[in-house]
Design a protein around this ligand. Structure first.
Ligand SMILES: C[S@@+](CC[C@H](N)C(=O)[O-])C[C@H]1O[C@@H](n2cnc3c(N)ncnc32)[C@H](O)[C@@H]1O
Length: 251
């Protein structure tokens, strides 16, 4: 069987703190995307999970990352949003908080990131986030066609060395799957602070007639979209350029 290239680095770092380990056991099962079979989005979001309903704290950590700094482009009620590689979940949960009627699916293979996201979910009390620990491509393969209104790919692993470019998430096969799961008119939002990954992504999307790059002037890719919430990786400024913000519409 053909195995796709691994696009991520480590899947575990330090041992989880007791509170996070507890949330993996108590909260994650209520929010988890089923591990097999076609994903029925309405069932996935049917009843808000009891364990996720009550805020467990003030949600201060989200404020550190600018939640609500720049409101104005929240997805509509019922919209389905996928965030691929949510890292620690600060962005995912802030967006979910800003758009309580929309439905957010976050996928991240890094265990400590999933545990951190659960803490943000508990602290903020959001009830519209579902999670999967693993490879987003595996989840996408089980999503119905034309099911996503919005897909975030924020600061994906850059794999800067040429011999590692094959590990980048953006590949023709990935675009095939993305084209299948996006609704007509749905939007893909991609950001990177690695110049070569920005050009790589632009080349892949602009060669593909199923997607249209929305930029009309330099400002459109130099500035984040309205409502952006700074991510943890973005704040580290590890790349070789200022962040580049690319928006593509599915035709
Ligand atoms: C550089 S980090 C950025 C994290 C976060 N988006 C941020 O900006 O803070 C890239 C993340 O993408 C995740 N990732 C890589 N390949 C993935 C895949 N195939 N599916 C889901 N997540 C993936 C990695 O585990 C990592 O946490």
């Amino acid at each position: 069987m053909h195995r796709p290239q691994r696009t991520y680095g480590r899947i575990k770092a330090r041992t989880l703190k007791p509170r996070q380990a507890g949330l993996m056991e108590t909260l994650l099962p209520h929010l988890a995307v089923p591990v097999e079979g076609e994903i029925d989005i309405d069932s996935l979001f049917a009843a808000p999970p009891e364990a996720a309903r009550a805020p467990g704290g003030p949600g201060g950590a989200l404020r550190d990352f600018g939640a609500g700094d720049n409101p104005g482009s929240s997805p509509e009620a019922g919209a389905v949003v996928l965030e691929i590689g949510f890292g620690g979940g600060e962005h995912l949960v802030a967006q979910a908080k800003a758009a309580p009627g929309a439905r957010f699916i976050g996928v991240e293979p890094f265990l400590n990131g999933v545990a951190s996201c659960l803490r943000h979910i508990e602290e903020s009390g959001v009830a519209n986030v579902r999670l999967h620990q693993g490879d987003a491509r595996e989840v996408m393969a089980r999503l119905p066609a034309a099911s996503l209104d919005l897909c975030y790919i924020l600061f994906p692993d850059p794999w800067p060395k040429a011999r590692h470019h094959k590990r980048r998430l953006i590949q023709p096969a990935f675009l095939d799957e993305l084209a299948r799961v996006m609704k007509p008119g749905g939007e893909v939002r991609f950001a990177t602070d690695w110049a070569n990954y920005a050009s790589w992504t632009l080349q892949h999307f602009t060669r593909d007639s199923r997607f249209a790059w929305t930029a009309e002037r330099a400002e459109d890719w130099r500035r984040p979209w309205p409502g952006h919430v700074t991510t943890r990786y973005e704040a580290k400024k590890l790349g070789d350029c200022a962040p580049i913000w690319l928006r593509f519409l599915r035709s």
